[in-house]
Design a protein around this ligand. Structure first.
Ligand SMILES: [Zn+2]
Length: 363
């Protein structure tokens, strides 16, 4: 198995196109054609994690946080980022990060935090511009093979439904030029053909793959199609998670229950509300950008990491804001990546890092 195979598998779950514009997810260090001996999974990539990989004979590290984030202008070892990268290169250890793309992916970071709390629900803020529509025209007799080619390329999935399309019949008309090589009709003669117009939804990041599949499967020299932008949000892809507890509980009980479920030392939270907590929103990592959305959807509590002092005021006695720690809100993604890759690859070891990379301590 090559490094490229591992990267491809990770990107089938969390396509790089889903990362935020400021992010730097993907393969950061390593030759994609390199043979994989073992994969070590960590939340952060540090010198200690690279050392652990070397000791455990793993030549690939998959982390959630990208070690190279802002760009490197020199590699002299003057800080931990440079030293980590240098060590990885010296020992031929590849570094790969799946960050905000994995936050947004179906069953991504926030979903797994919700799972730890036994919370069933849905994505809090579904993604915009992640879906497009294609409409194309095909002779009636070729409609099935073209449809299948587009489905195989990833078009036509809506939630739990696959191979979705809408077809309407009509008459296509065209006049081939003297240079054309028409499959149906003759040069310079207007031709009518019984055609089907097919509409399908597809993930924006697959546009070139879908068009390639359409042109390859379609019998015509010149394929007529339209790509439409959609304002539909993609309900399974996006930021945060919201759901309801099995039974409502008091604010005090909720705090204790979260501490116990996530094995936390401390939670920083806004004052306990007089109302019971039933609807809970959350976001792994730094999720303050979702406070307004959580409140808009009626969340009684919002859990995330990295809340700043002034952001706590935004709870405004309607939503209890809880800072459970950045590391603590995301560390469970290690298990999810481990399970995912172990199910795909059986010919090399997939291990979870045992290094505690959380730089925060509680006194
Ligand atoms: Zn994070």
């Amino acid at each position: 198995m090559k490094l490229a195979d591992v990267c491809r598998s990770m990107e089938e779950w969390a396509p790089l196109a889903w990362q935020e514009s400021y992010d730097n997810a993907g393969l950061l260090v390593g030759d994609p054609t390199m043979e994989v001996k073992g994969v070590l999974i960590s939340l952060d990539c540090t010198e200690e994690v690279v050392e652990e990989a070397i000791q455990k004979d793993c030549n690939v590290i998959i982390s959630h946080h990208p070690i190279v984030f802002k760009g490197l202008k020199s590699l002299t070892g003057k800080n931990y980022v440079e030293r980590t990268v240098i060590k990885a290169i010296q020992h031929s250890v590849a570094l790969y990060a799946s960050h905000t793309n994995l936050d947004h992916a179906p069953k991504g970071v926030s979903y797994h935090l919700a799972q730890k709390l036994g919370l069933a629900g849905k994505v809090l803020l579904p993604a915009e511009n992640a879906l497009k529509q294609i409409s194309y025209y095909v002779p009636v007799e070729n409609q099935e093979s073209v449809r299948e080619a587009l489905h195989a390329a990833g078009a036509g999935n809506i939630g739990e439904y696959s191979a979705c399309s809408f077809a309407s019949e009509g008459i296509g008309r065209f006049t081939p030029s003297n240079e054309a090589n028409p499959v149906i009709g003759q040069r310079s003669i207007a031709t009518d053909v019984k055609e089907v117009k097919v509409d399908m939804i597809f993930p924006t990041h697959l546009e070139s793959t879908i068009l390639h599949a359409l042109k390859k499967a379609h019998p015509y020299e010149e394929v007529a199609y339209f790509i439409h932008s959609l304002s539909n949000r993609w309900n399974e892809v996006g930021a945060g998670f919201i759901g309801e507890l099995d039974k409502a509980m008091s604010g005090e009980d909720f705090i204790q229950w979260v501490k116990k479920s996530l094995d936390l030392t401390a939670i920083r939270h806004t004052p306990i509300l007089s109302k019971k907590i039933k609807k809970v929103a959350l976001c792994g990592g730094a999720g303050s950008f979702l406070i307004a959305e959580a409140k808009r959807q009626g969340a009684d509590a919002f859990l995330t990491g990295d809340l700043k002092y002034h952001e706590f005021f935004d709870g405004e006695n309607s939503c209890m804001l809880c800072d459970i720690g950045h590391y603590e809100s995301e560390v469970m993604i290690k298990d999810a990546i481990h399970t995912y890759l172990s199910n795909i690859f059986s010919n090399f070891a997939v291990l979870k890092s045992e290094t505690l990379t959380n730089p925060v301590r509680y006194a």
